[in-house]
Design a protein around this ligand. Sequence first.
Ligand code: LMR
Length: 400
Amino acid sequence: VFAHVLRAPEDPILGVTVAYNKDPSPNKLNLGVGAYRTEEGKPLVLNVVRKAEHQLVNDITRVKEYLPIVGLAEFNKQSAKLIFGANSPAILENRVATVQCLSGTGSLRVGGEFLARHYHERQIYIPLPTWGNHPKVFTLAGLSVKTYRYYDPSTRGLNFQGLLEDLGSAPPGAIVLLHACAHNPTGVDPTLEQWDQIRKLMRSKQLLPFFDSAYQGFASGSLDTDAQPVRLFVADGGECFVAQSYAKNLGLYGERVGALSIVCKNADVASRVESQLKLVIRPMYSNPPIHGASIVATILKDRNLFDEWTIELKSMADRIISMRQQLFDALRARGTPGDWSHIIKQIGMFTFTGLNPEQVSFMTKEYHIYMTSDGRISMAGLSSRTVPHLADGIHAAVTR
Ligand code: LMR
């Protein structure tokens, strides 16, 4: 009965790892998926995570009972504090509904499902380009996906004018997906002044902000600095959605731990919204897993562990920044044609190189360098040892 089923294509991002794993070359380099690697090219478990896990394992009072549908209460409280700030009026006034979800993707999906059921406007505007999973998540949640201009290939920077025009002509009430910081895939963020202009425009048209915050702490190295755009929107008292992920900033990728927060007008609305979120979650996966959220809660509520985390986070962010400089220098040293200054200007995990799909496939074939076909490379997958190989590959691709 399934003979008619066609083979589906691999995922454009996770499929890169599948192809990489099949390559027997000893020089292969995976710059596809956004996952942090050490200078030795190894995945990293943060020290604070090891410490928190140690505490959890040794606590014999801990059990493996089901969590509530909305997840671990302490985790939800700490997650809201982390993104909105401990003194956020929205938190003090109890008007945030926060639910633990399956990392960033799960949080986006639960938010999308809630909007499709309870919000009057179905259209969601996502930046062009954006993370490849965004349109799929929201379409399957029942929303209608539109795009707004974001990236300007000619400057390799922000198309701010285009962004304002497109949001300005969106229907009143439309939902707008915003990357809180370290835009994926471009590494191009608005300045704080531009964020405020975006906010004013959106509020004047009652556009509903939906932040995807997958890189808090990874852009600047500071958790508070990276949360500023979100806090700007919350400070004006308006509604706001935020999907948080701990995959990158705590290295908890496979633990699938994240949160969805919906900032409402008052505490009564927030508690009704939370009750409806439960109806979204229960038939999808009943309740979320306990382990990853317990790790996060343990770290966030303990001053010492929290401080240690900020240091480890900063060192990951700094290593990525130094990779940018090294790659830029290596291309300059080779006299590679083109202006590569965007490598050091862009921020976060990714560089949007400007390489075209043909150049990308040349580099994969000839140099065993793997990246997404849009030319995005994960700087977090690079090390001083592999920079020369990547620079050679880029040089050969653009001078061919
Ligand atoms: C990425 O963009 O590489 C990451 O967010 C991982 C993923 O799930 O796509």
